[in-house]
Design a protein around this ligand. Sequence first.
Ligand code: UDP
Length: 334
Amino acid sequence: MTREILVIGGAGYVGSHAVEALRAEGYVPVVLDNLSGGYREAVGKAELIVGDMGDAALLDMLFSRRQFAGVLHFASLIDVAASQKDPARYYSNNVAATLVLLESMRKHGVAHLVFSSSAAVYGEPEHSPVTEDAARKPVSVYGQTKCMVEDMLAAHHKAYGLHYTSLRYFNAAGAHPNGSIGECHPEETHLIPLVLQAASGRRRSVSVFGNQYPTEDGTCIRDYVHVCDLAAAHVKALESLWNGSASRCYNLGTGKGYSVLEVIRTAERVTGKTIKTDMEKRRDGDPAVLVADGSLAREKLGWVPAYPELETMLQHAWAWESRMAESIRSREVV
Ligand code: UDP
């Protein structure tokens, strides 16, 4: 069987770590990325094709010339607030372009797909930890796009025999322990990189969005999961599809939640810096608590997070942020 795997969005944060994970397991990742949120440098030695998943002619050419054993699909826009302001862009990129991909895969007989979904499909869950059978009630356009793709995948499975796994990430965090890749979004909105940028001096302070939630310290609780563990889950998911596992959705989280203030305190410990905070009002659509019941992925995929501790995620992310801050400083000096 061919060892080539098409990794769409492989130049982004989670995708680039999956490229590393595939290479480490002896696969040959081929990255297709439009570089809207990713970086050429992030794919390392893997082959990079710069292009769009919604470009049917490009996909047809790719699938007719190459033999892929499967596809990993990471190519989403991920900014919740932006999805509310410009929904058409999110439906077009996250949903319509995925349909183009599915059409092309079907046409060329490529039958195995692992999709990056999100805990955003649950919206404000009624119970915590959340299991996969909890109701999907997304509260943002971003979350809706993930539900729509999950529905398309289920329908393609039923009608055309597509084998798929949808991985619902909780909060991706950390960086590769070898220091080569990490989180780097064009416009950062996520808590951990913002906290670490405040520690490195790239930002004056970090905002805390709400401190009156029904949690112990009043700030939101999230389940942070190491990006390398997410990457490893993709490889396991693909291998288990090849071995005949059922097509379905899995939560990916550690099952342990940390509040925004706990993240900031742990970051202060890890970095040895004082992090200045600004108390702000709540962000629209933020649930108070979002923690995964990840037991299904453990049971069915044999997925066991290698780095379940928040402290380890922050150490790896801090090594990466220190490198980023240093490279920006040295450019400014020149
Ligand atoms: N958050 C915050 N300040 C920030 C960014 C995020 O207080 O500058 C909070 C946010 O309200 C949420 C948690 O940190 O409760 C994690 O947010 P993030 O955007 O990292 O991920 P999300 O949970 O929205 O996917």
